[in-house]
Design a protein around this ligand. Sequence first.
Ligand code: GLA
Length: 355
Amino acid sequence: MAVEPTFKSAFNAAPAAHSFTPGRVNLIGEHTDYNGGHVLPAALHIGIHAAMTPRADNKVRVTSDMFTGLSERDLSDSAANHWSDYALGAVIFANKAGYLSGGADIAMTGNLPTGAGLSSSSALTVGLLKLAAELSGKQIDNTDVSKLARRIENEFIGMPCGIMDQMAVAVARPGQALSLDTKHLTYDLVDLPADYHFAVLHSGQYRRNADGHYKIRKQECDAVKAALGHDDPCLMSDAELAGLSHLDDKLIRRARHCMTEHRRTLRAAQALKNGDITMLGRLMNESHVSMRDDFEMSLPPIDALVADAVKLGAAGARLTGGGFGGCIVACVKKTDLDDWTKALLALHPDAFAVC
Ligand code: GLA
């Protein structure tokens, strides 16, 4: 998985700098990060290795062991729905921030499945922005690097995401969860329990038009914000939710998900800190029901996978990430993990264990 050989075989020289950035799995707190709420993602042991050498001209050349061929782009290019868009975006925004003054040669390798909702794109952009800052001799803190990486998604790629993924991969190290207030960008790091594993399984449901569905949910939340008269539906009171009764039922359910998911996430962070796995598992299960019924971001095969994960002994399980396909996360006793995984995959042959 080392990135230097990939860089060397494409560019015939060693890279000026290289680094590893973990992927993330969100334990609870979905679609709360652009609605003023709390999230609880954990860093994975798997992630993206990135290597970079700055260039004096405007070329951006990108190679990867996950995609074929060398992609040659220019700093003036727009996003083109191509795998090299995120690397190009990172170089463009590193220029805007004054960390680079020109293009770059880039290699990326990794064991994080792309498009699975485990933040491979944030791991890449955060990793490259940190490398560019390091090479320029400038300091960048984790919050600023995350804000810049989010701008790549929002302004260059055109994906209106929140800031959870970027903060998770910039701040948390494998084995830690990030309890993050996305409104104020304040956080705590919480160690994961020693005797439980947060198992990540791909549902085998690929995220068809996931970005399109995400944008629709974002617009629905914007309509809730307009009706509320403020930008934080996660923080609304029960009375404010009751005051939305004139809205379409669908919007009321979206609003209720934001409010209840935020409250569950605060309780889950406390449960994790207290080592109360029973409570954490219960909140994960409730979160899945809210995503399924109120936010409508699940799919029937994922609901079945989550239900069986719990039936077979997980303390809790839920869909994780942006939704409409991708992965589930389940909290399982380490001593039960092998048998539990075998039994679950026997019932769901399309699914596979990621980590
Ligand atoms: C994606 C986005 C995040 C967040 C999640 C849903 O991962 O990038 O900002 O909104 O979906 O919780």
